[in-house]
Design a protein around this ligand. Sequence first.
Ligand SMILES: *Cc1c(COP(=O)(O)O)cnc(C)c1O
Length: 344
Amino acid sequence: MHPETLKVSGEQLPYFRTSDFSEKMKEIECLIKKMTYAVEEDKVILLTTSGTGAMEATVINCFGTDDKLLVISGGSFGKRFCDICDVHGFDYDTISLEFGKALTSEELAKYSGRGYSGLLVNLDETSTGQLYDLEMLSAFCRSNDMLLVVDAISAFLADEIDFSKNNIDALIVSSQKALSLSPGLSIIELSKRMCERVNRSDPKSFYMDLKMYLRDMERGQTPFTPAVGIILELLDRLRMIEASGGVEHEIGLTRFRAEYFRSKIAGLPITLPEYRLSNAVTPIIFNNHNAYDIFEKLRKDYDLTVTPSGGELRDKVLRVSHIGNLKTEDYDALIDAFKKELKN
Ligand SMILES: *Cc1c(COP(=O)(O)O)cnc(C)c1O
């Protein structure tokens, strides 16, 4: 987290049913729209939940049991969209990708003309670091008259996202990734046609009925007590990004860290996957060592925390983050530790 955010999070929280707080909410909406290249009619909702809650809210408000969805499942976050559809009895097909496989236009083309109403995708499938081709997915949705739902939770501020140019209908962002705020707040941005759908929908949820959020956000409010503290962290962070060169500059910083780290690993007994990588994270595949043991060693002996993998990748893959307040020195320290630990 950035020191400025920690300062904001240490302050007293205000009462929030005030015009002062409403103005802050409207400023957040304005800055999020600017940073995602959204237009006037697009709407922003703030939801007090982790990213998964926002994924579920989006699915159940934007679609119903009479829709047929296509889910790209290339890792644990794609699988999560499938799990959400299962819980709610939604009809869907899955494009499943094994670890290491890129999503190709040939594969995608097989699903053309099959009557889907929407596509669900995690732009950066954070569990593998695969960055899907947004232009390709957007063109696919346009030619098949499908709504495009993009979970950009780890891609926002790491990879380029153009809400308008890419015809995105719902974009999901969460507080704890590149925004590097406290966890617990999510952002959903909706296109005009998706707002119309949401306003007609009848989701089987009281708390997550997004109609209420759209209505209340007109005056900068939320139906229920929001995570006031994280909202104040968010406004401060968005203002900071705006003041230091905007979203492109911020993405540039993330890209710089990713490229810096990736340029230093040559000669180490680790490899990178061959698919297109997000700037948010580098997945590293261990050839001769147990990835999980290395994760524990780094934490215990070097005070360095990288991200282990779950499931079948547990012993093979670790992920190195490029989001948050990280410096080149952090990567230097990590590379030094790898050099010592991966000698044989
Ligand atoms: C982190 C992340 C989520 C959110 O998970 P939560 O733990 O519910 O916040 C969802 N999708 C992607 C792609 C993520 O990286």
